[in-house]
Design a protein around this ligand. Sequence first.
Ligand code: ZN
Length: 125
Amino acid sequence: MTTKQTRPITISNSEGDQTAGTLHYQVYTKQELMSRAWKALGMFWGLAVVTVFIPIAHFFLVPGFLIAGPIVAYSRYRAAEAMESASGECPTCHQEIAVALEASDKLPKWTYCAANNDPIQLADA
Ligand SMILES: [Zn+2]
């Protein structure tokens, strides 16, 4: 099953100030990765079947979905970690912040502090 994990990260700003933060993310098991990959493949190939019935558009939608299916499935399979959020103290305004992350986000990543929109960089500690 999916396990939620945390690891320490550093939060820095463009002036070089740095604070410690925590990264929250999910880790998938091999079995979950396989099932996520199959679901993606099924969804795309299902769309390919449905779009067969759309005149003219099916000339590019059907091959598009057929090709995209395995590509998306493979990238799902490779994404063993899904980012959730980062929390810590903003190095610029020193407020507690929590930054929502996209599942596919990779560190280091520039984002903004929720309190004052200060540009901050999240990086592995
Ligand atoms: Zn800030």
